[in-house]
Design a protein around this ligand. Structure first.
Ligand code: SIN
Length: 295
């Protein structure tokens, strides 16, 4: 169906589209529903030249649902729905937030359906974000592989990033963001390995190398062989797009059908963005059927 209120320019043949002819501060119902359609069609959508303040970013986010819950990262004091994703110019040779392939907060019972990121201070070069289409990652597997993985359940946990002891951050802690490490991050959550998208009905791989720690009923080392194969397959170049940031660019992606990664190739420059999430549903699939809500 053609778009009437927005223009939609695909970034690649597989994922990502740039949306134009819209001012995100002034949206009517029809424009919001076209943006949602583009978001579902393209998995990750991008807008340029949108000078939103924090309230404007929150108002835009609210068009798509309630805010998600932000664990383990200190939010803005006055705005518990907003995280500042920052790496300072003098934080060189360090790790960056979001620098490994992941789907946001997939260890939650109901992970956020969308993440929205708005560019504030952007390096002259570097700091792009890459997205991978997890529908295609699933659809391009062989029928035999699909039959093996459809009934599997994956265990997710925040422990590698936010647990106590040594984490992915290692000794290279950043001063620009307050990361909260805790025992709570060691909790485990079961999700279907293959998720049925609640809006499109398509199947997507729902695994990521940061938060998926093993497969149910298998040890971590037994799981590793299958998971590593799926991770490698998911990020084949053909399934990805790369977004180059500018100040006031805004990205919105579907965590139910995408992984993403922030590149850390801009030492010497400050990079700062504000981030919100939109609450999602409990994932379901063949291995974990949808739970009917009890009235
Ligand atoms: C994130 O993982 O949410 C941050 C992505 C980015 O900074 O590009």
């Amino acid at each position: 169906m053609a778009y009437k209120r927005i223009t939609v320019e695909p970034l690649t043949g597989t994922i990502g589209a740039e949306i134009d002819s819209v001012d995100l501060r002034h949206l009517d119902t029809e424009t919001i529903s076209e943006i949602r359609r583009a978001f579902l069609d393209h998995v990750a959508i991008f807008f340029r030249d949108q000078p939103l303040d924090i309230e404007g970013l929150k108002a835009f986010t609210s068009h798509f649902g309630p805010f998600g819950v932000e664990p383990y990262v200190k939010t803005l004091t006055e705005h518990p729905e907003v995280i500042a994703v920052v790496k300072e110019a003098d934080e060189v040779n360090t790790i960056n937030f979001g620098g490994h392939w992941h789907s946001d907060w997939s260890f939650q019972e109901a992970p956020p359906m969308a993440t929205i990121l708005h560019g504030q201070d952007i390096p002259s070069y570097g700091g792009d974000t890459i997205f991978a289409n997890m529908y295609l990652a699933y659809e391009t597997l062989s029928d035999g592989m699909k039959t093996i993985i459809d009934p599997l359940v994956a265990i997710h946990s925040a422990r590698r990033s936010y647990g106590t002891g040594k984490t992915l951050l290692g000794d290279k802690k950043r001063k620009s963001m307050t990361i909260i490490q805790s025992e709570e991050a060691h909790a485990e959550m079961e999700h279907p390995l293959v998720r049925i998208h609640p809006e499109t009905g398509r199947k997507a791989l729902f695994v990521n190398p940061v938060y998926t720690i093993r497969l149910k009923g298998m040890s971590e080392s037994d799981s590793k062989e299958i998971l590593d194969k799926l991770f490698r397959h998911s990020v084949r170049e053909i399934f990805t797009c790369r977004f180059r940031w500018r100040k006031n660019s805004l990205a919105m992606w579907d965590n139910r059908a995408a992984m993403h990664l922030a590149l850390n190739d801009y030492d010497g420059f400050r990079r700062a963005l504000y981030r919100t999430t939109v609450a999602g549903d409990r994932p379901y699939g063949i291995s974990m059927p949808r739970q009917e809500k009890v009235a």
